[in-house]
Design a protein. Structure first.
Length: 201
């Protein structure tokens, strides 16, 4: 008696295995899922932290300060001619509960932070005149400040916080920073000119 092979069963099993393979290929891997979950979790944590902090008194100004100083550092980090005195930079220090976050105080801190880089920059660019060095330096830190403002505004806008007093304070802070930088420029150039005149006399 001849026994016929059960080809139907084998074909069915092959098709089932193929279906499993196709289905598994469509599914993300465990590492991809883990990476996506971590990114989503980090974003959720950041969002919650910002939501909580910005509901506190004037925390939006703290965010503005930290974003701008980080932008200045990032903008200058690739420029070997600019280095700040380590003991004078305090962007990484946390604001205390009693920290003054008014537009004037915030602007003063940002101007102080940014201009701390100038002495070292001038020392490394002795071939430039005083005015050339100052103008070049102002352009460098100015671009960092503008970028920081733009990033902070985007964050606050996304959290629906860029309105009312917060928006007004941020605009006022920007104007006060420009005034502070101009005052620094004028005073520094005037002091240098006076010193040179004293030496020449």
């Amino acid at each position: 008696m001849n026994i016929q092979p059960t080809t139907t069963s084998q074909t069915s099993n092959t098709n089932a295995d193929k279906t499993k393979v196709d289905a598994s290929q469509d599914k993300p891997t465990a590492s991809e899922l883990s990476r996506a979950n971590r990114q989503e979790l980090n974003q959720t944590i950041l969002q919650n932290q910002l939501d909580i902090s910005l509901k506190s008194d004037n925390k939006s100004m703290t965010l503005l300060y930290k974003t701008i100083t980080a932008s200045i550092e990032k903008r200058l980090s690739d420029d070997e001619t600019v280095t700040a005195a380590p003991e004078k930079t305090n962007a990484g220090k946390s604001y205390g509960q009693d920290q003054d976050t008014s537009p004037q105080a915030t602007a003063d801190r940002i101007v102080a932070f940014a201009t701390n880089f100038y002495a070292n920059y001038r020392e490394r660019n002795k071939d430039l005149t005083e005015e050339q060095a100052m103008d070049d330096f102002m352009q460098k830190i100015g671009s960092g400040i503008d970028q920081g403002f733009a990033e902070a505004k985007d964050i606050l806008k996304g959290l629906q916080q860029l309105e009312g007093k917060v928006a007004a304070d941020i605009d006022e802070t920007y104007e006060l920073i420009q005034q502070g930088l101009q005052s620094f420029r004028e005073k520094t150039l005037a002091d240098k000119a006076a010193a040179q005149s004293a030496v020449a006399g």
